[in-house]
Design a protein. Structure first.
Length: 326
């Protein structure tokens, strides 16, 4: 792994495109996108994380990221009024004002249609189902948790968020995860779908890679390479599983280790992939290149620039695996 250089890196400024409420980004001319939902109805991917783990910001980063990431054109649209309002409010706060979206108040699942172009060509699509209820509802008993679990059993793939800062503060991600997986396993058993592992393709995302409280100890431990032209530190997918194990131990101590163990017990390792993600990314010199002396992207709790890292990639990897011929 390479060291992070201590000096600023020169680069030219980059203009930022505008955004629509129904987000569509075009990088190459691949023809018009199909009607919303036409590619996605048959494939459902669920997003879950413990309360206050950053799901709202993660989804808005996915929906409103610009088209310079090398993934062609794509569109995210809400499938009901609640999801549409979620996107509109998220754009207003995160993109226009640089403020994090407010905590979710809705108690129902949010569903979004994702339609776009894969990097290697060909259309792609799926329904994104977000379990993003207020954190307090889970304190009221198992009714809401069972509802979340039942909705996740309808998914083909799962994206699970692990927030190191939250884990260091609360040390309870394993408790949330155990309760959820127990409910899912019970529901599947009742449906006659019990097996050695839960029947999902899974992407685990270790979030907030940009945050100094995460990045500095990770850097000190040797995590991160700068192989790309923008010199932005990233943990490669081949190293992400080991980084996740390290983060569980470092930030969650003994309790965090149980998160790693629970995933290994409930999900087939051959069907589980790992990513190190950031919803907002690092601040960049002239908006383009990483500067190790000025990388913090939050000033007075406002986001200066949007450069998400591994936000769309987990979904595309799950979609690729799920559509791969047997």
């Amino acid at each position: 792994m390479t060291d992070i250089p201590p000096s600023p890196l020169p680069g030219a400024p980059r203009s930022e495109p505008g955004f629509e409420d129904v987000t569509r980004h075009e990088q190459h001319d691949h023809g018009p996108l199909p009607p919303s939902g036409s590619l996605s109805d048959d494939l459902h991917i669920g997003l879950w994380g413990a309360a206050s783990s950053g799901k709202t910001t993660f989804v808005n980063a996915l929906a409103h990221t610009d088209g310079t990431l090398g993934y062609g054109d794509w569109r995210v649209s809400g499938l009901d009024d609640a999801a549409k309002n979620f996107l509109i409010e998220g754009k207003r706060r995160l993109i226009n004002e640089g403020r994090f979206p407010e905590a979710t108040q809705a108690e129902n699942e949010l569903r979004f249609s994702f339609d776009g172009q894969r990097p290697e060509g060909g259309r792609t699509g799926f329904v994104l189902r977000v379990q993003d209820r207020p954190g307090g509802v889970f304190k009221d008993g198992n009714v809401y948790l069972e509802k979340v679990a039942r909705q996740l059993t309808m998914c083909d793939g799962l994206v699970l968020l692990f927030d190191p800062i939250r884990e260091e503060r609360d040390c309870d991600s394993a408790d949330h995860l155990f309760d959820l997986l127990h409910h899912i396993a019970t529901l599947l058993a009742e449906e006659g779908r019990s097996s050695a592992f839960l029947p999902f393709e899974v992407a685990v995302c270790v979030t907030k890679w940009d945050h100094p409280e995460v990045f500095l100890p990770a850097r000190a431990a040797g995590w991160g390479t700068q192989d790309d032209p923008d010199s932005v530190p990233r943990v490669k997918e081949r190293d992400a599983k080991d980084y996740f194990t390290w983060a569980c131990h470092h930030f969650g101590r003994h309790a965090g280790q149980h998160v790693d163990q629970l995933l290994g017990k409930h999900f087939d390792p051959d069907r589980t992939c790992y990513f190190v993600s950031s919803s907002i990314g690092f601040k960049r010199f002239d908006g383009r290149r990483f500067d190790a002396r000025q990388y913090a992207n939050l000033q007075d709790n406002r986001v200066e620039q949007m450069h998400p890292i591994n936000v769309i990639e987990p979904f595309l990897e799950l979609e690729r695996r799920l559509r791969k011929p047997p």
